[in-house]
Write a protein that binds this ligand. Structure first.
Ligand code: NAD
Ligand code: UD1
Length: 309
């Protein structure tokens, strides 16, 4: 039962901070590297002897090198997580999402850190009519965000072949839960809808609301990340992380209406460019390789997130 020292990039963010909590509860040492662009200090425990926090940017290799010193493993979550932000600023997001990833890989190589867990995305499949999407589905990255995530996977595979890196690549579908920041228009849709509903503000639906996503509650995801970073022989192939169920935005809104004491003010507007219509994971691989079983009905996760807001 070895205790590890684990670098979590983006550890002050939504997913990262839940992972940090879990790793600390298991007495691992955690180093968070985060520039607090979307992450928050409030997401992290204020005094935990197992935690050190580096306020720094993954775009700078010397910063990454210092943060990684003495670490046994890396979970690389830092990124500009918004697809729309990448559409509006492809160069800026590329520096973080691709060059930042390369900086981490170089440091892993230099410091002999083998275990590397990477947050890729369902966005690499683009818009497809073949549902659910398995890892064998034709890749079709439609946005700068998706192109960078996919390129990151390919670079990781190069380091695996060339330098014996032991990576685990997950393609996350749509993750939701407490701490997902609703304040930007580019945030995850569930956090925005819940926050608007509670504040009795209008809710904007881009398109007709019949687009679907495969939503995964954050607690389910971080258990998988913890397993991947601590397992002795991890699976190397990219693995989808979804529930295998589609939920449309209109279905989401109906569920949110049930919690809400007043009628929701829903306004339909033009679809976002580059937006994916339907998304649903074939999660057979992650079930077989990691024993992943979602135990969390979406409705329960929604309720918990509603209560957290
Ligand atoms: P988030 O924005 O809450 O977390 C990202 C974190 O990275 C933030 O704390 C942010 O401050 C930090 N960060 C950003 N740029 C940085 C930089 N240059 N240097 C250091 N830190 C930086 O988003 P999240 O939803 O927690 O996403 C975590 C990861 O999971 C991202 O890689 C994202 O692309 C990926 N992902 C998320 C989802 C989802 O549905 N939330 C789905 C697929 C993939
Ligand atoms: C999300 C993630 C992305 C991840 C991808 C994987 C975020 C911010 N984005 O992208 O990191 O790689 O899943 O599947 O976590 N919408 C509205 N109204 C709003 C906000 C959104 O109608 O106010 C719509 C969008 O147009 C889209 C859907 O809701 O059709 C989901 O949007 P969003 O939560 O931003 O997620 P993705 O674009 O799927």
């Amino acid at each position: 039962n070895d205790k590890l020292k684990i670098l979590v990039t983006g550890g002050a963010g939504f997913i990262g901070s839940h992972l940090v909590d879990l790793l600390l509860s298991q007495n691992h040492q955690v180093v968070v590297l985060d520039n607090f662009s979307t992450g928050k200090l409030d997401n992290l425990p204020s005094a935990d002897r197992g935690l050190s926090i580096v306020n720094g940017d993954i775009r700078y290799s010397d910063t990454v090198e210092q943060a990684a010193t003495g670490c046994d493993a890396i979970v690389h979550l830092a990124a500009v997580a918004s697809v729309q932000a990448s559409v509006e600023d492809p160069c800026g997001t590329h520096q973080v999402n691709l060059v930042g990833t390369l900086n981490l890989l170089e440091v892993a190589k230099k410091q002999g850190i083998k275990r590397f867990v990477y947050a890729s995305s369902a966005a690499v499949y683009g818009d497809t009519n073949e549902l659910p999407v398995s890892e064998a589905t034709q890749l079709n990255p439609l946005t700068p965000y998706a192109a960078d995530k996919l390129a990151g996977e390919y670079y990781i595979d190069f380091y695996r072949r060339q330098y014996h890196l032991k990576p685990v690549i997950f393609r996350f579908f749509n993750i939701f839960g407490p701490r997902q920041d609703p304040s930007s228009p580019y945030s995850g849709v569930i956090s925005i809808f819940l926050q608007r509903a509670q504040a009795n503000q209008p809710i904007t639906v881009f398109g007709d609301g019949e687009q679907t996503r495969d939503f995964v509650y954050v607690a389910e995801l971080v258990r998988l990340l913890e397993q991947a970073v601590t397992t002795t022989e991890p699976a190397a192939m990219p693995m989808n992380v979804g529930n295998g169920k589609q939920t449309s935005l209109n279905q989401l809104l109906a569920a949110i209406q049930d919690f809400s004491s007043h009628p929701l003010d829903i306004r339909y507007s033009n679809p976002r460019s580059g937006d994916i219509r339907y998304s649903c994971a074939d999660n057979q691989r992650v079930r077989e390789q990691m024993g992943f079983h979602n135990q969390y009905p979406i409705a329960d996760g929604l309720k918990r997130t509603w209560e957290w807001m």
